[in-house]
Design a protein around this ligand. Structure first.
Ligand code: NAD
Length: 511
């Protein structure tokens, strides 16, 4: 790291209250944690930027106990008052957008524009949640019994466990935390060990807002490994909901542990997202969309486009244009405004990408461009296009790297069938100017994913809609629409304002 870069890094960390070594747990005050040190590595250079001391099982216990106390207080605050605290958190994030966005880029490696976009997404979530705080509506029903009234109401649920992935180190916390906060829940956040600094910085921002409002310490933090923090949290009966974002393997393990105690889980897992481009599509539009969705974030979004289905009439010309576009992308420093693709998160991700490419070639794939790791500092790879066929098992896997498999098709129904043939079901798109093709893609016999787009790529969802996917993606929904309901418990109430006690379904029970 040059002296200039080192200065830039330390002033950014200082402005966010992040130090050379940080405690890894917060329960209203910072706990002097005693687990092993977790180094935060800048994937652009491979150098450590600071470290966090991880949380032990005993220290997790302190955070969990505090989150129960915080919940018992917070649930008594009127929801719009809770919304006011979230509004102030959104404002505080506006003030720190540049620094926090920079830290996301530094620690995770996504380009600065995306790092800033991630903080903007948190701000948008705060705004959305403030509105929700006045709209946590229940329904009222007509009772079949005379002089009776029925309605349902929504109460705060309890402390929520939030487990997040490295690739959205702050936004995924916000999808959960902003909504859970207005719903009256407290939280314990277990971030990825690859991005501990952003979690410390964000919790410090949240701490200031809580203290300014004399609010209970609802935003708990426990940075630690799966044995010291992950396992005790998922098995903890005091935590009625575990919201977990990460790989399918993680979701399988957490889903089982939470189901074992009959808890509630909200799973946001891996995707294997496809774009279908028909002969009549606007190819310029499609090219730009494929590029952003497949190469953006160096292929490390859950919604990254990993499979491309080209109709035969345009396949050759589109491939030629795509190869040219891929060749024009030079991976580089994600802090530089001109960079479109930064590094992968670590050396393991580079190895996984190389292994997937080798397997794809063994299975009959042909590398059209890219295919190599880039020698030197940091974890850089070439964005890669592979001509594939649907018989290649590797194309059913999510490799968290910029590899795009290309298939060709004759008839739309075949493309949709092949598109749906993978185990994951997160995001999908069609590019077409034919209204029938678009509607068929969106019909019950069309895409089987939680997200289905027309003339837009698979990534970059807005927060207003419910976000999530089907099949092995886990079925969870977060952010907009009515996704707040999972953070609350529903209560159905029947009130008798008469002098008689009629029974439902006409049952007689007179003594
Ligand atoms: P990961 O599964 O390795 O880790 C995710 C989180 O789970 C981390 O905090 C990790 O420490 C924790 N974890 C892992 N196993 C655990 C266990 N058994 N018990 C408790 N905690 C455990 O995922 P990652 O590499 O950080 O992120 C990439 C993955 O996340 C990709 O598969 C991507 O598609 C997925 N993802 C999905 C979404 C979505 O909304 N669907 C969003 C972002 C990322």
């Amino acid at each position: 790291m040059t002296v200039q870069t080192a200065d830039r890094v330390s002033s950014l960390l200082a402005s966010l209250g992040v130090e050379a070594e940080n405690p890894g747990a917060f329960d209203g005050s910072w706990i002097d944690t005693s687990g092993p040190l977790i180094e935060s590595i800048n994937p652009t250079t491979g150098e450590p930027i600071a470290s966090v001391r991880s949380t032990t099982r005993e220290e997790y216990e302190r955070v969990a106990a505090a989150s129960v106390v915080a919940f018992e207080q917070w649930r008594t605050w009127p929801a719009p008052k809770r919304g006011e605290v979230v509004r102030q958190l959104g404002d505080e994030l506006r003030r720190h957008k540049d620094a926090l966005g920079g830290l996301v880029t530094l620690e995770m490696g996504k380009i600065l524009s995306e790092g800033l976009g991630e903080v903007q997404e948190m701000i948008d979530m705060a705004d959305l949640a403030v509105g929700m705080s006045r709209q946590l509506y229940g329904l009222s029903m007509h009772s079949e019994r005379p002089e009776h009234r029925m309605y349902e109401q929504w109460h705060p649920l309890g402390p929520v466990g939030i487990i997040t992935a490295f690739n959205f180190p702050v936004a995924v916390w916000a999808w959960n935390a902003m909504v859970a906060a207005v719903c009256g829940d407290s939280m314990i956040w277990k971030p990825s060990a690859k991005t501990p600094l952003t979690a410390v910085a964000l919790t410090r921002i949240a701490q200031r807002v809580l203290e300014a409002n004399d609010a209970p310490a609802i935003f708990g933090l426990a940075i630690g490994d799966r044995n010291q923090v992950g396992k005790p949290m998922t098995e903890d009966r005091r935590i009625p909901l575990i919201s977990a974002t990460g790989s399918v393997a993680m979701g399988r393990s957490i889903g089982k542990a939470v189901a074992e105690r009959l808890g509630r889980s909200l799973l946001e897992l891996g995707g294997n997202n496809g774009i279908i481009i028909t002969d009549d599509a606007d190819q310029d539009l499609a090219l730009r969309a494929v590029l952003f969705a497949a190469v953006g974030t160096a292929g490390q979004r859950c919604t990254t486009t990993r499979r491309l289905f080209l109709q035969k009439g345009i396949a050759e010309s589109f491939k030629t244009r795509l190869v040219d576009a891929y060749k024009s992308i030079t991976p580089g420093d994600p802090m530089e405004a001109s960079t479109l693709m930064g590094p992968l998160v670590d050396g393991r991700a580079v190895e996984d990408m190389k292994a997937a490419i080798a397997t794809a070639v063994e299975q009959g794939g042909q590398v059209l461009c890219g295919g190599e790791a880039i020698e030197g500092d940091g974890y850089f790879v070439q964005p890669t296009l592979i001509e594939a066929n649907t018989q290649m098992p590797i194309t059913c896997d999510e490799t968290f790297a910029p590899i795009l498999y290309i298939f060709e098709f004759d008839r739309l129904e075949d493309a949709v069938r092949d598109h749906n043939s993978v185990p994951q079901g997160l995001s999908s798109s069609i590019f077409t100017t034919n209204v029938l093709s678009a509607e068929r893609f969106l019909s019950p016999a069309g895409s089987d994913c939680g997200i289905a787009n027309v003339n837009i790529g698979t990534s970059g969802a807005e927060i207003g809609g419910a976000f999530g996917g089907e099949k092995e993606t886990g079925g969870g929904r977060e952010a907009g629409s009515d996704s707040w309901k999972i953070y609350m418990r529903r209560q159905t109430c029947t009130i008798n304002y008469g002098d008689e006690l009629p029974l439902a379904q006409g049952v007689e029970f007179d003594v």
